[in-house]
Design a protein around this ligand. Structure first.
Ligand SMILES: N[C@@H](CCC(=O)N[C@@H](CS)C(=O)NCC(=O)O)C(=O)O
Length: 223
């Protein structure tokens, strides 16, 4: 029965190993046991700007998914699709409206706040060699404080079970950890990070997520 849940052919995902949103897709697919056909797309060499790529995704972002001709981008939309289409059960993305709403809130928090503030601080450092900006750092730390509060008295970001919200958010936290960010002020976040790493280790967390973050960290140390 579980076989009918699997895609007819491996789902294509256009990706690059260090890309944070790509890493969340690969991790979720591994947890779901869904086979991916990973297509290396080097955005540093403009492989996302070819006419073929733009026809598929005019917004030219990675990750982009092609599931037997069904094209989707925006990593969090891909995460929800993968669980809806191929999840053997709904623990990663609960069907219960209120439980699902909390997962959605966390995913939107990541997309609109946490990852935005992370990027505001680290994109200039990683890709433009800029100095550490204290104002951006304070904004990021404020968002980490909110995450810390969400985690009060619960094991995972949306409740007692690991969901796609953890898989999405842990990518950002893994980057911060690789960059040597000090989150000792956010005790719940630190404990959750250890718990989530442990939960994802059997699915290749070290090889996919932590290794990708190390590639990003190496950009920082280059000059
Ligand atoms: N919110 C998007 C972000 C996607 C994104 O911006 N990806 C970057 C790489 S990490 C990219 O494709 N950059 C090249 C470009 O936007 O042209 C998602 O989660 O999928």
């Amino acid at each position: 029965r579980s076989k009918s849940k699997m895609p007819n052919q491996p789902i294509k995902v256009y990706y690059l190993p260090p890309s944070p949103p790509c890493r969340s897709i690969i991790m979720a697919a591994k947890v779901l046991g869904v086979e991916l056909d990973l297509v290396l797309t080097n955005i540093m060499e403009g492989q996302h700007m070819t006419p073929e790529y733009l026809k598929m995704n005019p917004q030219h972002t990675i990750p982009t998914m092609d599931d037997s001709g069904f094209i989707l981008w925006e990593s969090r939309a891909i995460l929800t699709y993968l669980v809806n289409a191929y999840g053997r059960d709904d623990t990663l993305y609960p069907k219960n409206p209120r439980l699902r709403a909390i997962v959605d809130q966390r995913l939107n928090f990541d997309l609109g706040t946490l990852y935005v503030r992370y990027s505001a601080l680290y994109v200039p450092i990683l890709f433009h060699g800029d100095e550490y900006n204290e104002e951006s750092a304070a904004k990021l730390d404020e968002a980490l404080g909110w995450l810390n509060t969400f985690l009060d008295g619960q094991a995972f970001v949306a409740g007692e079970d690991l969901t796609i919200a953890d898989i999405s958010i842990v990518v950002t936290i893994t980057n911060l950890d690789a960059f040597g960010y000090d989150f000792s002020a956010h005790e719940n976040v630190m404990k959750w990070f250890e718990r989530t790493k442990k939960a994802l280790e059997p699915y290749g967390y070290n090889e996919v997520d932590a290794a990708g973050a190390q590639i990003l960290a190496s950009f920082m140390k280059k000059d």
